[in-house]
Design a protein around this ligand. Structure first.
Ligand code: HEC
Length: 149
């Protein structure tokens, strides 16, 4: 490929990324799709915990959830709150008016997920069940103040 063509394609790719990042509807869709997947992972892990079965296969699910929550607050840029015309989102305005608290509860999930990962890999069903519960509590700590019902 010629050099100018390559540069042109590179610019197009950059523009595409910028557009994707600034399109509120797409940002909302991606965060909701991701959170729905997180919810499915958590439900599957809760079922393993209830059954008291070997939690080791769940480690992959924990890793997927951990990957999704990296820089989680960045998924909530200004202009993507509930009540914005054209957006289907339950993100409450408090996410932006009480940002420090939102970031605090987002950060608090990290250690819970690390503990969940450790518990899954340990193969200890009771430790896993306790870690699933603690993780679920951390999800709720954010949903109560920041997600509309
Ligand atoms: C720091 C805040 C925060 C944390 C932590 C958090 N969530 Fe959420 N969650 C939200 C917000 C805000 C929404 C609404 C997003 C929207 O509608 O745009 C949401 C939405 C959801 C949804 C609904 C997705 C949909 O639209 O169908 C599910 C399921 C979900 N979260 C699961 C979880 C689980 C499971 C955890 C814990 C492992 C978790 N969340 C942790 C803030 C959080």
């Amino acid at each position: 490929m010629s050099k100018p063509l390559l540069i042109g394609l590179g610019l197009l790719a950059l523009l595409g990324t910028a557009a994707a990042q600034t399109n509120p509807a797409q940002i909302v869709q991606e965060r909701r799709d991701g959170l729905r997947a997180v919810g499915a992972h958590m439900e599957a892990m809760a079922a393993i915990a209830r059954a008291g079965s070997d939690p080791r296969p769940a480690a992959e699910r924990v890793a997927a959830v951990q990957a999704f929550f990296v820089n989680f607050p960045d998924r909530f840029p200004a202009g993507t709150a509930r009540g914005t015309a054209g957006l289907d989102t339950r993100a409450l305005p408090e996410i932006w008016t009480d940002r420090a608290n939102f970031e605090r509860v987002a950060a608090a999930l990290g250690p819970r997920l690390e503990a969940l990962n450790t518990a899954a890999q340990s193969g200890d069903a009771r430790a896993f069940a306790a870690a699933v519960q603690a993780t679920g509590a951390a999800c709720g700590d954010c949903h109560r103040p920041f997600r509309a019902r």
